[in-house]
Ligand binder design. Sequence first.
Ligand SMILES: *Cc1c(COP(=O)(O)O)cnc(C)c1O
Length: 399
Amino acid sequence: MTELVTVEGTGAALTERYTGALMNTFGAPKRVLVRGEGCYLWDADGRKYLDLLGGLAVNSLGHAHPFIVSAVTSQLATLGHVSNFFASSPQIALAEKLLSLFDVPGKVFFTNSGTEANEAAFKITRRTGRTKIISTVGAFHGRTMGALAVTYKPAYRELFAPLPGDVTFVPYGDAEALAAAVDDQTAAVILEPIQGENGVVVPPDGYLRKAREITTEHGALLWLDEIQTGIGRTGDWFAFDAEGITPDLVTVAKGLGAGIPIGACIGLGAAAELLQPGNHGTTFGGNPVSAIAGLAVLTVIERDGLLANVVAVGNHLAESIEALDHPLVAGVRGRGLLLAIELTQPVSDRVAELALQAGFVINNPVPNAIRLAPPYILTKADVDAFVAALPDILTEATA
Ligand SMILES: *Cc1c(COP(=O)(O)O)cnc(C)c1O
């Protein structure tokens, strides 16, 4: 067999090579990682970390989960890719399994990422014959041009104008502002049930129910971006389940493949039929290997009762951090295993760096909040190890 040539070296040496060979879009890498198992990671210098970020809410089952490894390897050895001129059994099984999580009939379009799932949904909204879209202040929906058009952050948008138009942003969590913005020309309202990239911002109870009423009244689609919150992250299959509503479009990605790239745009009810032959396409989307990964994830979540673990361990994590009563902690917000530690000072970058030095991967989406999005298999003992180390990290961050 031909030798596979990869690179080896210390973290510092590899970081230098990374900088020489990869486009500078992400800033300097924090570490070079070489191995993962369960909720743990190891870097090129042999240091071990508890992964409380889960590859940015992606590694729902942790690293190297045996069931995923076995499902993906055997699928790759059986049938790895076919074009979308052909169907495959993993793709059909995953679509049916996803649809079984909703209480109305629907149809699925598979993609390779979150932003592509939103692109598909965006195109579906245009097939209503209307063009007007309402999004929200603070929203993040992806980096491709269509998804960027419904993303709020000026720093992400401005350099790339003109973006697809007819998008209006209203304050997030404000049902009255939404009601005032939606009219009979509105194609769709796009919302994250919890704004992840904006720092795990949770809207008031009843907001999604109100959004459902408003969109129904005007014949507009309710498009929920569950790319970060979906597939069990909040302790329900979808974050909107907590409000007992049925949206028209649901986009998922991150947690679905547990690390194998896959996303999906799910159309429910009449929205399932808006895309017609030739309207959209993808070469890789729904590929048998990524589809089997999605199927394996949903199967393990069910088999191992992981939704209940997400709730129990998530509550334990939130309560334990609040019980520290540390002056830098203003509170904990979020649901299940999508949590933010609200800080009383804008030092989240310092907290994240000190945590990394102490062996914990966490994330600083905004200056005054730390985000935690660990694997669903996290244990209370893992939580206790982090919470025991946290006071020193927080105190040093403000020193
Ligand atoms: C991450 C994310 C996206 C984009 O997904 P990519 O796979 O990075 O393209 C879109 N919407 C939300 C809510 C996300 O969290």
